[in-house]
Ligand binder design. Sequence first.
Ligand SMILES: [Zn+2]
Length: 251
Amino acid sequence: MSKKSRRKIRRIQRFVFVAGWLVIAVLLVLVIRTVVNGISGDGDQETQNSLEAAGTPAYGETLMAASVSDPVYFNSAGERVIQWDLITVPDWIERDLLPVNEYSRPGIYLDDVDGIVVHYTGNPGTTAEQNRSYFENLASGADETYASSHFVIGIDGTIIQCVPLSEVAYASNDRNYDTISIECCHEDESGEFTQATYDSLVRLTSWLADTFLIDRDGIIRHYDVTGKICPKYFVDNEDAWTQFLDDVEAD
Ligand SMILES: [Zn+2]
């Protein structure tokens, strides 16, 4: 064998040696990565499960909450997460909560808030205070009537909150457990709202929709739940209802 070909063989041997080690090194890295990923994946899952069991939002939810810092947000499963303690009712709303009682404030937590239901009192000329008192007086049980509303808006535009946002009010039948209700006072049988009532209704609905991330489809009339002619003017005048939704959207 010539010197030249011996040198060539040695060069090939060296190449095979280096390439061999390279292949082994790459394989080692791949194996280590797989093992490490496997372990941390299991760990995360365990952590999440135990956190969820303890009633704490899962890791991803906490991150999303921190990044949006909103009182209400959608988690990765598309469910609305409501951080009640972060919601502050604005000071243009008068808070005069009903006492907890079977007939008008059962003290039951809402399942969700995915809708806002608009009503009219059906009692021309009454004030917001009078309607609130009516709900409070139901507590005696003498009437055996179940009725209330989260909010009542007066003819002068005053907004009174009767039931906390987190609790059920008896206003909207099948939708009592996942909606916020607004009763509006009116001057006569037509059920048309005064400008002051209308403006407060737009402002309140807009605030609720923004706070609870409710879109236009989630703003409904009592009529849309049961077919009851309520709120009368917005049932009789479909255009006025559409205009109201436009005004809420623009607010
Ligand atoms: Zn109604």
